[in-house]
Design a protein around this ligand. Structure first.
Ligand code: FCB
Length: 457
């Protein structure tokens, strides 16, 4: 017996990528240096010593990549714009060749019947703006608005879906406090200032995008990790509150008009992460700007965290993985579709988000071509199927989910993890730049054609 899990009419089916992860051509046609160019060219930062200098060479192969997407039946494509391609020094002088690349890409997508979803910032800050303080400096938020104005004036007649920032948590904490991503700092106060300026950049850009792109939908994409206590103890529940506050609520609350979560502000003050004056980077009017209503929230979901108190007597780490080995992907992220359901319902019931798009969801598995050249990535299919089933259940429960983008269209440069992690539904052969659709791509094409999932034996 099989059952069909249908999605609403008009549901948007797509895949996602980001400029630095696929474009390559890091110095082509007047492009400026980004913080990711600088970071990957610094020895020791990337696990396999690789860079995005060439990546998938999409900058030169975008026509074939659009043809591939059309063959897969994709209805939408989420990609990001490289800020230093447009503004090589971050502000001021515009590089027309950079804009032309995106003009052509957008026109090509529309001709192929694929709706472009454009992310303005997916982490490749112009290096010159890093040199003037980067995200910990308020001036970077102003520079972002100028950049958003230029891009939306150029493309806003054809692009009707805008995502301001991808994953503010990664931009601020992963990059400035943990030091894993560019610019690689380990500085709590800088990370907290960065988090505020990234949200401010978003809030300031929303009216600019609306003005330049009439009728467009504007939103922001956050990364979420659903957090669950490892035990019902008070200490573990308290630790879970803190992880949830750090990753999820720190961004959600101010965006939805609730200001920064007071419990987290108190914790950061107590830990000395904020100066004695507290949140001094927040100026009059900032919280209103950040809470400017948007049309949708972009949701990136991969995994959950099981949290225990650091001071627990058995000395286990604060987040623990409980599932057996086969329930982790190669990123060491636990597969937990229930966390996806819980998250989508939470955003609906607790935050009353008007509209949701899943802007990223997917799995890293290195399965490659067999002797016949076919790629049997059943584990990726299982991951996607189980997460889509969870999303469909969330829709039944009322979550206003309007679309879903698989991360990623093709294997690409996975940031600090280099080329070893493969998230694509299309295989990238980096030696030849050949693209080979994996079994998951063929499966996804069917899901799109059916506007739903066939489940059961
Ligand atoms: C997200 C990023 C995306 C990709 C996936 C695996 O955090 O937005 O670029 O690297 O993780």
């Amino acid at each position: 017996m099989t059952t069909k899990l249908s999605f609403p009419d008009g549901f948007v089916w797509g895949t996602a990528t980001a400029a630095y992860q696929i474009e390559g051509a890091w110095q082509a046609d007047g492009k400026g240096e980004s913080i990711w160019d600088r970071f990957t060219h610094t020895p020791g930062k990337i696990i396999d010593g690789s860079t995005g200098d060439v990546a998938c060479d999409h900058y030169h192969r975008w026509r074939e990549d659009i043809a591939l997407m059309r063959d897969l039946g994709l209805r939408a494509y989420r990609f990001s714009i490289s800020w230093p391609r447009i503004l090589p020094t971050g502000r001021g002088m515009i590089n027309q060749a950079g804009l032309d690349f995106y003009h052509n890409l957008v026109d090509g997508l529309l001709e192929a019947g694929i709706t472009p979803f454009v992310t303005l910032y997916h982490w490749d800050l112009p290096q010159t703006l890093q040199d003037t303080g980067g995200w910990p400096a308020r001036s970077t938020a102003q520079a972002f608005v100028e950049y958003a104005d230029i891009v939306s004036s150029a493309l806003g007649d054809r692009v009707k879906h805008w995502i301001t920032i991808n994953e503010p948590w990664c931009v601020s904490f992963l990059s400035h406090q943990m030091g894993e991503h560019a610019p690689g700092w380990q500085d709590w106060p800088a990370a907290l200032a960065a988090s505020h300026h990234v949200l401010l950049a978003h809030g300031w850009a929303v009216p600019v995008l609306r003005r330049n792109s009439p009728g467009a939908e504007v939103g922001i994409t956050l990364n979420f990790t659903s957090a669950y206590p490892a035990s019902p103890s008070y200490a573990d529940r308290e630790a879970t509150r803190s992880v949830d506050g750090y990753i999820n609520r720190w961004f959600l609350d101010p965006l939805y008009g609730r200001r920064y979560p007071a419990d987290m502000v108190a914790d950061y003050r107590a830990a000395g992460h904020l100066g004695p004056e507290g949140m001094t980077m927040v100026q009059d009017g900032d919280l209103q700007a950040i809470a400017t209503p948007t049309d949708f929230l972009g949701v990136n979901y991969y995994t959950r965290a099981v949290v225990r108190d650091e001071a627990a007597p058995d000395n286990l780490p604060p987040t623990v993985l409980t599932a057996p080995r086969e329930e982790w992907t190669e990123m060491d992220w636990e597969i937990f579709p229930q966390g996806f359901y819980d998250l989508l319902c939470r955003l609906h019931f607790e935050y009353q988000v008007p509209k949701l798009y899943v802007t990223e969801n997917g799995a890293s598995y290195s399965d490659g071509p067999n002797a016949e050249g076919q790629i049997a990535d059943e584990r990726r299919i299982d991951y996607l199927r189980d997460h889509l089933a969870a999303a469909q259940r969330a829709i039944q429960a009322g979550a206003p989910l309007a679309g879903y983008f698989v991360w990623s269209l093709m294997d690409n440069f996975e940031w600090a993890r280099g080329y070893r992690q493969r998230f694509g539904i299309v295989w990238t052969d980096y030696a030849t730049q050949q693209r080979i659709p994996k079994q998951s791509a063929v499966w996804y094409k069917e899901v799109i054609a059916e506007n739903g999932l066939i489940v059961g034996a």
